[in-house]
Write a protein that binds this ligand. Structure first.
Ligand SMILES: Cc1cc2nc3c(=O)[nH]c(=O)nc-3n(C[C@H](O)[C@H](O)[C@H](O)COP(=O)(O)O)c2cc1C
Length: 136
């Protein structure tokens, strides 16, 4: 089992989530490869599952300069793929994640649970548990 964990992060909160989730994946006995979005693969043939992380930015949207164009370029290839979503937010109510979940489901991906969201800094064990469950 090989899982790609792909994230964008401005101030490090979503990056920490990516690292904690990858830790949980590895604890579950699976392989995790973590990529900042600028170095991420654009095809997931070599991966059994993919986790994407991006904080709430703009007005309840994905980060628009790097992550949004990247996700737009890969979402057409997510049909049937198990996908987990995660990200940090500040003052909103998680609207960006609800929209992102709907978009991911509409792309035909097999969305894992609800996206994991963290206000500001994430809790390591909560993220690791999410990663463990995603890998099993
Ligand atoms: C330009 C900008 C726009 C943001 N827009 C939102 C938003 O619409 N809703 C929200 O809940 N938080 C918003 N935030 C807060 C971030 O999501 C929050 O600080 C998060 O922890 C950043 O994650 P990161 O450390 O991975 O970059 C915004 C932050 C910035 C800098």
């Amino acid at each position: 089992m090989k899982i790609a964990v792909i994230y964008w992060s401005g101030t490090g909160n979503t990056q920490s989530m990516a690292e904690y989730i990858a830790g949980g994946i590895k604890e579950a006995g699976a392989e995790a490869e973590v990529f900042e979005v600028s170095e991420a693969p654009t095809s997931f043939e070599g991966y059994d599952k993919v986790a994407f992380g991006c904080p709430a930015m703009g007005a309840e949207v994905l980060e628009e300069d790097s992550f949004e164009p990247y996700f737009a370029s890969v979402e057409g290839g997510l049909s049937g793929k198990p996908v987990a979503l995660f990200g940090s937010y500040g003052w909103g109510d998680g609207e960006w994640m609800r929209s992102w979940q709907d978009r991911t489901t509409a792309a035909g991906a097999a969305l894992f649970e609800e996206g994991l969201i963290a206000c500001g800094e994430a809790d390591e064990s909560e993220c690791a548990d999410f990663g463990r469950r995603f890998a099993s």
